[in-house]
Design a protein around this ligand. Structure first.
Ligand SMILES: Cc1cc2nc3c(=O)[nH]c(=O)nc-3n(C[C@H](O)[C@H](O)[C@H](O)COP(=O)(O)OP(=O)(O)OC[C@H]3O[C@@H](n4cnc5c(N)ncnc54)[C@H](O)[C@@H]3O)c2cc1C
Length: 380
């Protein structure tokens, strides 16, 4: 990391301590959108964290980005979702957009003037993305889009989405009929409902309906049909590194709280950290966190050097998200009844962590991706 990267991390740390930590419990329990924090995130440049400097972003490496995400997720995981899916949308444009699309959108994405996310999932298609039904039909110099997207992060407060559609529903193989658009809210593009969740509070998850929504052909990312799945999967490499970093953040918060609490809580005449059963848990939690971090940094390093990193990002996402789940449960056990209480943050880690197992490709799929890559990289 450069000294600039270290300075950014220090600034984030100060912001979290001053403007975020004191308000998290209230906002999370009220499931309230953190408007003020989003404004501060804009000022900090977080909406342009990985967008190249030439387009007004901070141009941070995936490694520095992962460290920022871990710090933020340690304080409130929901906040990292507000800029992560936005940055995946930006990554789709950066990697696959035409020069005109980059010039038009990336500066506004970087400043946070336009914020949004990634719209892939549909009511009948999540893991099997090639089964999506949303249809975009060419009509002169525009396309007409019909269909429904669900579970879209930032769906209510965001205004622009990288939208995966079918331009040729009969294509074989199916992915050749898939394309991606930069879709801004407008006539025919509405939010039909806010989705209620176990955790991941504060951030909006929504169902989006497209009813004869007209979009200029100039918004087809890359300008050619048939590249949509490839564009989405490219963006998800960064997304998986982000989810891995969020898993690390949760695993770390659970560990830190447990180390502190176990020194204060006494049973049988001594702090519970002096009982071996608790020490075994702390030892496992710390080792799991360290392994998760190393996998995450390794995937980020591969991404930064431009190497193919679907296997590395998959391993990091899989292991670190499971570490988040396991550490949050162990923290709850260590906190006893207080772990189950809304007066302590542990119950929030426990509600937030399982999303990391599902989002950006379920962990079942990550293991399948890892296995396929093992075979592809060592064919006999
Ligand atoms: C809070 C939240 C936020 C989200 N944000 C977004 C977002 O911003 N944008 C977006 O597009 N989506 C978003 N999603 C959707 C998320 O990406 C999907 O839920 C996820 O991809 C899984 O899809 P599914 O829910 O349809 O499950 P399904 O695909 O129906 O899978 C169900 C189960 O079957 C397993 N499975 C499926 N196929 C296989 C297979 N071949 N082999 C083995 N197991 C398999 C899965 O692993 C899973 O366990 C979000 C979801 C949540 C809960």
């Amino acid at each position: 990391m450069t000294s600039e990267d270290t300075a950014i991390l220090d600034t984030i740390e100060r912001w979290l301590a001053r403007d975020v930590r004191p308000h998290v419990m209230r906002l999370d329990h009220a499931d309230e959108y953190p408007h003020e924090m989003v404004g501060q995130m804009r000022d900090l440049g977080l909406f342009g964290a990985t967008i190249p400097v030439e387009y007004g972003g901070l141009g941070l490496s995936a490694t520095t980005y992962a460290k920022i995400v871990e710090k933020i997720a340690e304080t409130w995981m929901s906040l990292s979702g507000i800029f992560n899916s936005h940055l995946i949308m930006a990554a789709c444009v950066t990697r696959a957009g035409t020069p005109e699309q980059k010039a038009r959108y990336l500066p506004k994405f970087a400043s946070g003037e336009i914020r949004g996310g990634l719209a892939l999932t549909e009511p009948d298609a999540g893991t099997d993305l090639q089964a999506i039904r949303m249809r975009a039909k060419r009509d002169g110099d525009a396309y007409v889009i019909n269909g429904t997207k669900t579970w879209i992060s930032n769906g209510i407060h965001g205004s622009c989405f990288a939208l995966l559609v079918k331009t040729d529903p009969d294509a074989e193989p199916r992915h050749k009929g898939m394309s991606m658009f930069i879709a801004e809210k407008g006539l025919g593009f509405t939010v039909s409902k806010k989705l209620e969740k176990l955790g991941y509070k504060g951030i909006d998850s929504a169902e989006l309906v497209f009813d004869n929504y007209r979009i200029p052909a100039a918004n087809l990312i890359g300008g050619v049909e048939g590249k949509g799945l490839q564009t989405a999967l490219g963006g998800l490499e960064l997304g998986r590194i982000n989810v891995a970093a969020r898993g690390c953040g949760l695993a770390s918060a659970a560990l830190k709280d447990s180390v502190r609490y176990s020194q204060i809580r006494k049973t049988f005449g001594k702090p519970i950290c002096e009982h071996q059963a608790i020490q075994l848990k702390l030892g496992d939690m710390a080792t799991r966190l360290q392994a998760a971090r190393l996998l995450t940094y390794d995937a980020a390093r591969a991404y930064d050097t431009g190497e193919r990193c679907d296997m590395e990002a998959g391993m990091a996402k899989y292991f670190a998200s499971e570490a988040g789940v396991e550490n949050s449960l162990e923290a709850m056990r260590i906190h006893g009844g207080y772990g189950y209480s809304k007066e302590f943050p542990v119950e929030r880690y426990y509600r937030d962590a399982p999303l990391m197992v599902i989002g950006e490709g379920t962990n079942e799929m990550q293991r399948i991706i890892i296995a396929k890559q093992l075979i592809e990289r060592d064919r006999v």
